[in-house]
Design a protein around this ligand. Structure first.
Ligand SMILES: Cc1cc2nc3c(=O)[nH]c(=O)nc-3n(C[C@H](O)[C@H](O)[C@H](O)COP(=O)(O)OP(=O)(O)OC[C@H]3O[C@@H](n4cnc5c(N)ncnc54)[C@H](O)[C@@H]3O)c2cc1C
Length: 258
């Protein structure tokens, strides 16, 4: 969906008892195997709405490959989940496949964004923790200069820092989850948890490679794969830059910067 969601170009034109959807999407996960899809499309042109957040509608409908060309994107990690480009040509969608009211789709999808950020935070923390576990085990067994490398502060301090960062991220993630479960506005905590967890996870994965030395670059030790995987929670579903802009505006009250 990208970052500038309200400017999406995919449109759904109402034709009596159905919509016709046309457009293109990128980075669509699991489209090689999915039979159904959740899709956000513009139903009222931008120039006819007061706010760009209006005039977008959400549909849950069949992924009809007669009208949708799905092209897989080759990528550096997450081979278990396919990512795709999507080209939609006159896809007929029955009116009953629209979720809720026409034009309120952005509002509905926003409700799903905070739990997604919290889930992605948990994913990044999990990746960071397994990387830290592997690095610590290696640091306890690898002997260089007649002592285990983990005896060196240059090895143990960064790992200790990784543990502290991951613990802090976990607490923020759990706080955001608790706020969501208690119907509180958790936007700031969910975004902050995603940011902190993804950065902490990335630092731990990077440090795990460095702790392994040359073997950090070997597939056999898996830590290189964790680094490739943890870049996804850093980039998606919202980038670190946009999280910082959100916190600056919504928490600190600074002017909107994008
Ligand atoms: C593996 C993978 C799976 C994905 N799966 C899905 C999916 O299933 N469904 C889906 O809808 N999306 C999916 N995405 C898309 C993902 O949500 C977007 O990649 C992410 O939101 C970033 O948007 P973008 O790639 O369009 O970056 P862009 O908007 O092109 O931004 C590029 C860079 O510019 C920076 N930038 C842009 N504007 C500003 C600004 N004003 N200030 C500072 N920096 C700025 C961004 O932070 C980013 O670093 C997936 C992405 C990946 C990598």
């Amino acid at each position: 969906m990208g970052l500038n969601t309200t400017q999406l170009k995919t449109k759904a034109d109402l034709k009596g008892d159905h919509y016709l959807i046309n457009g293109a999407k990128v980075w669509i996960s699991s489209a090689q195997v999915a039979e159904k899809m959740l899709i956000l499309a513009r139903t009222t042109p931008l120039e006819e709405v007061k706010s760009p957040k209006h005039g977008l509608s959400l549909f849950y409908t069949t992924l009809d490959r007669k009208h949708i060309e799905v092209r897989e994107i080759e990528k550096m990690g997450r081979k278990a989940v396919d990512s795709n480009q999507f080209f939609i040509d006159n896809l007929r969608v029955p009116i009953e496949d629209r979720i809720g009211e026409e034009g309120k789709g952005f509002e509905y999808i926003l409700d799903g964004m905070n739990p997604e950020r919290i889930l992605v935070a948990a994913e990044a923390i999990g990746l960071g923790r397994i990387a830290l576990k592997k690095a610590t085990a290696y640091a306890k067994e690898r002997i260089v200069f007649n002592r285990v490398i983990g005896k060196n502060q240059g090895i143990q301090h960064p790992l200790a820092k990784n543990w502290i960062e991951l613990e802090a991220a976990h607490l923020l993630m759990m706080s955001a989850a608790w706020q969501y479960d208690n119907n509180m506005n958790c936007g700031a905590s969910a975004n902050a948890a995603k940011y902190l967890a993804a950065e902490a996870g990335f630092h731990a994965c990077e440090q795990a490679i460095m702790t392994h030395g040359g073997f950090g670059y070997a597939k056999e030790y898996h830590v290189e794969r964790y680094l490739r995987e943890v870049l996804i929670p850093r980039i998606a579903p919202v980038s670190p830059q946009l999280v910082l802009s959100y916190v600056a505006e919504r928490v600190l009250g600074l002017p909107k910067s994008y």
